[in-house]
Design a protein around this ligand. Sequence first.
Ligand code: PEP
Ligand code: MG
Length: 591
Amino acid sequence: MKSKTPTSTPAREKVLEGLPVGAGVAIGVVYRHDSRAVVQVRERRISATKVRSEQHRVLEAAAEAAGRIEALQNKAKRMPGAAGEELGYILEAYHQMLGGSRLVRGVQKRIAEEKINAEAAVMKEIGLMAEAFASMEDQYLAARMADIREVGRRLVESLGKAAGGDFSDLPPNAVIVADELSPADTALLDPRRALGLVTMLGGVESHTAIVARSLGLPAVVAARDLLDHAENGVPIIVDGSTGVVIVHPTAKTLSRYKRHRTDFTRSQQSLKRLKSVPAVTRDGFRIGLQANIELPADVDAAIAAGAEGVGLFRSEFMFMNRDDLPSEEEQFSEISKVVKQMGGRPVTVRTLDLGADKLGAAFKMTPGPNPALGLRGIRFSLSRRKLLLMQLSAILRASAFGPVRILVPMVCTVDEVRQVRRMVNRLVAQLRRRGTKIADPIPPLGIMIEIPGAALAADALAAEADFFAIGTNDLTQYTLAIDRADEQVAYLYNPLHPAVLRLIQFSAEAALAARIPVSVCGEMAGDDRMTPVLLGFGITDLSMSATSLPRVKKRILELNLSAISGRVRRITSEPDAARTRALVDELGNGD
Ligand code: PEP
Ligand code: MG
């Protein structure tokens, strides 16, 4: 490494920018990994008499690939802490995709109908599924595309192609540089040998990003032009906190980043100590910190981060990756699992938030002219009452195992809340008649405040709902007329816009006046810069991804809430975005 320090080539320093996904600083040498080499397959026509044997090959390959995944699962079990658990869930998902799933069935069907070889059928089927996922509005869902491609790659490998490279020959101080890195590849990384990773593709919510974070690896994704500049063996710095990647750093840059690295290590040590420390401000206000989860498997990470409950369980994830609907029994079993695992801590289950471009195919929905303004969330559920009744019944039954709250997404009118409440009450009566155990008192029924109209009518809605959960992601999208998924207008997507802040404040005040609990569960809740503003609005419960929780807790411990409350109004009347940012930072720093 020393011989490659860039003092002799200062002119070649190249700074690239990507998306930061794993905090920390890695200083090492480039180790390039090509993830795509093994998935180039050629399509061959087969005769009708060969269809059966080709289908049989697929089943054998799926079993073989599943066996290799089982070996990785065993390895994951031996990994320390959250990283092993996180990987275990991902590998389990791969395992399920390989066993009699839509993928395997789809490949079999394609071989029969198109009379093509198994490898080509796998790649076609994967392409179709990945396309459907990529078009989804939700970043997390879109990022599942990488998982599907990875399963396809493994299946093709098992059909007879050479196995992909692993990381057994890593040089010391290696920083992995790749076009794309699958979660399973990431599973092979030993954090004692790999210092960090950078990829050209991938999203902030991808499983690779999650695994990198769990392993504690500094990581950056979406670093364009990366492979043009990072040849094997050259010095590289990855700043996973800012998304900056520097190839051939100068001596001056190098010493600056060594200082950053030391500072980061120190702050991590102090964060670890906070897990069981209650989130109390300096002047004694107790703040509730809960976790958002997408799948039951996310619960472990929530508990490990010290979450006091699940503030948002995005139930639509139970409907993913399949073309049939989960039965009430299946939903009941999944939700109960979460409730039991949380061991007495509250679990807020949101009813299906489908619509727009989310999962349209599975439900055979016809998108309207403007899907984001069409049959979404509770509007969709109320148009499929049987589906909603089934889901409500599963949630009610799961309430027998611990505290549960029911959360309704995309509420716009009081009538929608009343309709759901009537359905809940009817179900409660039915279940009790049948002797089915449910919580007594029954679970509270709350609503998401994520439509500007709902925020402005928050006082009326507060009279109907048992609690509010403010969804700042959609609230920002709808208030500013900025599509969350459209990068052309992404520069205008600003939750600090005074209109968004005023709507949050108005909703919080309406809830407080009606004496119902109010929390924030959009991304803003996990942004520690925003913590003083939300607390200043009187919000005392925040729900966020488990990884953001310790940082937000640290911020809370530093704050003096009494000093903030009087000054927060200035922010909501500031029209200039840059000035608002400065005011937000001042707010948190003042005594
Ligand atoms: C939100 O809109 O802020 C929210 C939490 O819901 P989702 O991100 O699932 O749309
Ligand atoms: Mg939303």
